[in-house]
Ligand binder design. Structure first.
Ligand code: KG4
Ligand code: ZN
Length: 347
């Protein structure tokens, strides 16, 4: 089975082509064209600019993917595309490109939720070079999704069935990282910069709250934590490199403590056998380490995994893998009815 996947939910124009046979995934092409440089001038993603860039980049990215994959367009079996959640002007470019291809090539479209993609990035384990095997998972699987737009605890009792058991009541974790970076003048996207500075900082110097740590439910809140960083920074007399490193370390520790505690509580409650981490913030090594240690200590026997680094932030390979499971479930509608949905929820 050969799948072409397209992802344009935010600021990466991405296309991948995979061949899946007997549980093995051969990555024929995996192209990501990032717009980060352009948006960083504005301190965040500007939806209309993202859409224009997707429009400019879509055909070159597809051409590159087919050239790399060395297959003709007729050899495709399915087209998988991100329907949402994301920025509507951005999603429209990917969805419409997929529809144009489906029309011309007479191929079916599989619609994929962007967050399914982040979750299914965990299904890949590397065998050699670009050959992956689809992992066999023991359900229930608990997923912690941490991206620029979402922070959710999602329970999967089987493939492609999702129950959101906890989520943020305000900002997403990635958004909080980006806002803290903005307060400290570190540029966009903030996550990698905050992580880098935190490495040389002391997380015990400045105390920051642990929002909703003892709320008794599985929800999160990160808006107050970001405001606490703002107030601390206003109080500070000298904002030098050392101060920035310390406050980044404190912020990151607070985030990791809350995420780890709630994930463990959810895994206990729902008797999870596997715990997955997914979304852009899963690129954060300290978070992966914190979760790994916490799970090892509190939930022996529960397996924890996170995606390979290059599949942590937005890419199209994860969309192809999630698409594959929709195909297996025969969950394919008429592409003529397909339209983007900025608030597309996992279900
Ligand atoms: O999943 P993603 O690429 O896009 C969305 O679906 O939102 O996530 C992007 C987010 C941004 O907020 C970015 O700051 C954050 O992921 N991020 C990180 C790191 N790398 C990316 N946050 C913390 N530490 C990182 N190393
Ligand atoms: Zn994402």
């Amino acid at each position: 089975m050969i799948i072409l996947s397209i992802e344009t939910s935010c600021d990466e124009t991405a296309a991948a082509i995979v061949r899946i046979k007997g549980g093995k995934v051969e990555v024929l092409a995996d192209i990501v064209s990032s717009q980060i440089k352009m948006h960083s001038e504005y301190g965040g993603v500007v939806p209309q600019l993202a859409a224009r860039a997707h429009l400019r980049n879509m055909v070159p990215v597809l051409e590159k993917a087919f050239k790399k994959a060395k297959i003709s367009k007729d050899e495709l079996d399915y087209i998988a595309v991100t329907k949402g959640p994301g920025l509507i002007p951005a999603l429209m470019i990917g969805v419409n490109s997929a529809k144009a291809l489906a029309f011309i090539l007479n191929k079916p479209i599989v619609e994929v939720n962007h967050l399914e993609g982040h979750i299914y990035a965990n299904w890949l384990s590397k065998e050699k070079l670009d050959l992956y095997v689809l992992k066999k998972m023991k359900f229930p699987v608990l997923c912690l999704i941490v991206s620029g737009g979402h922070t959710q605890l999602v329970l999967m009792k089987k493939n492609m069935r999702f129950d959101i058991v906890g989520e943020t009541v305000d900002d997403a974790v990635g958004e909080a990282f980006d806002k803290v970076a903005k307060i400290l003048g570190l540029g966009y996207p903030g996550g990698p910069m905050v992580e880098k500075l935190a490495k040389s900082g002391d997380d015990g110097k400045i105390f920051l709250p642990r929002p909703m740590l003892r709320s008794g439910n599985l929800n999160f809140s990160f808006s107050g934590l970001k405001t606490a960083v703002l107030y601390e920074t206003r109080k500070a007399e000298n904002i030098n490199e050392k101060y920035r490193a310390d406050i980044c370390a404190s912020f990151q520790s607070a985030v990791i403590e809350v995420l780890t505690a709630k994930t463990i509580a959810a895994a206990k409650k729902y008797k999870a056998k596997n715990i997955f981490l997914g979304g852009g913030v899963s690129a954060n090594k300290a978070l992966c380490k914190g979760l790994k240690n916490g799970i090892k200590k509190n939930l022996p026997g529960v397996e924890f995994s996170f995606p390979e680094f290059k599949f942590t932030t937005d890419n199209a390979l994860m969309i192809a893998i999630a698409g594959y499971y929709h195909i297996k479930d025969k969950d394919i509608g008429d592409w003529r009815d397909l339209s983007p949905d900025m608030n597309f929820r996992l279900r």
